[in-house]
Design a protein around this ligand. Structure first.
Ligand SMILES: [Zn+2]
Length: 163
């Protein structure tokens, strides 16, 4: 069996008054991510894990922030395009495991919706998408609420391309 693993990590600064998008879901929050796109740090980490597993480079290569078409783009579109890239190479997703490091807000009640959104885009079931959340015990830039970090690990298998 041809299986491949990939990891992704993403960081964004947090500032008051911006929307907080995580896993394709907008979460009520006092602060949101500073970004060229909608700043969905979790989807960006997922994209990088998929691209990494398929040996296709990284999100900055495929969707550069010098391109006006990516300004304020919905990151779900980036995930759709990333999934198309890995399908072109004959891969499909077995599972993805993610962790979000964020002091607040608490996001556990939103993770079922995020898993549904992500799995719908990449052709899996919500059970194949794990999203964990942790604070960093007030340590570091995440602890000071200056930023957010997301990590993702993806497992892919080689399958014939769908017509
Ligand atoms: Zn990002």
């Amino acid at each position: 069996m041809n299986i491949r693993i990939g990891q992704g990590i993403d960081f964004h600064r947090l500032e008051p008054g911006l929307d907080l998008w995580l896993g394709g879901v907008m979460i009520p929050s006092e602060h949101g991510c500073v970004a060229y796109s909608d700043g969905d740090v979790l989807i960006h980490a997922v994209c990088d894990s998929l691209l990494g597993a398929a040996g296709l480079g990284d999100i900055g290569y495929h969707f550069p922030d010098s391109e006006p078409e990516f300004k304020k783009i919905d990151s779900k579109i980036l995930l759709k395009r990333t999934y198309a890239l890995i399908r072109e190479k004959g891969y499909s997703v077995i599972n993805i495991d993610c962790t979000v490091c964020l002091e607040k807000p608490r996001i556990a009640s939103y993770t079922p919706e995020m898993r549904k959104v992500i799995s719908t885009i990449i052709g899996t079931t919500p059970d194949d998408i794990s999203i964990k959340a942790t604070t960093t015990e007030k340590l570091g830039f995440t602890g000071r609420e200056e930023g957010v970090v997301a990590l993702a690990v993806a497992l892919l298998k080689k399958t014939p391309p769908t017509p």
